[in-house]
Design a protein around this ligand. Structure first.
Ligand code: FES
Length: 86
């Protein structure tokens, strides 16, 4: 079982424990994060990846730029640091 540390800017750390997606890991930790489609189409779950690497489970349909990722569509493959929307 893979376990990675997810550092959330201005919040703290949670642990990735093989959840289906980063979105599910955030929800499991009780973090309120917007979502709608849960499949990479709507961009409601868009966050920023500040460091580390993620694997895209499905290629995003929603437009993203720079260091933006869709929490519903990625899994961490290293420890990562992210920033949630304000
Ligand atoms: S919830 Fe729609 S892109 Fe993630």
């Amino acid at each position: 079982m893979n376990q990675y540390i997810i550092t959330i800017e201005n919040f703290g750390n949670i642990t990735w424990q093989n959840q289906h997606s980063l979105l599910e890991a955030l929800e499991d930790a009780g973090i309120d994060i917007d979502y709608s489609c849960r499949s990479g189409a709507c961009s409601a779950c868009k966050i920023k990846l500040l460091s580390g690497k993620v694997h895209w489970r499905n290629q995003p349909v929603a437009s993203i730029h720079g260091n933006e990722i869709l929490a519903c569509s990625v899994q961490p493959i290293t420890d990562i640091k992210i920033a949630l929307p304000n």
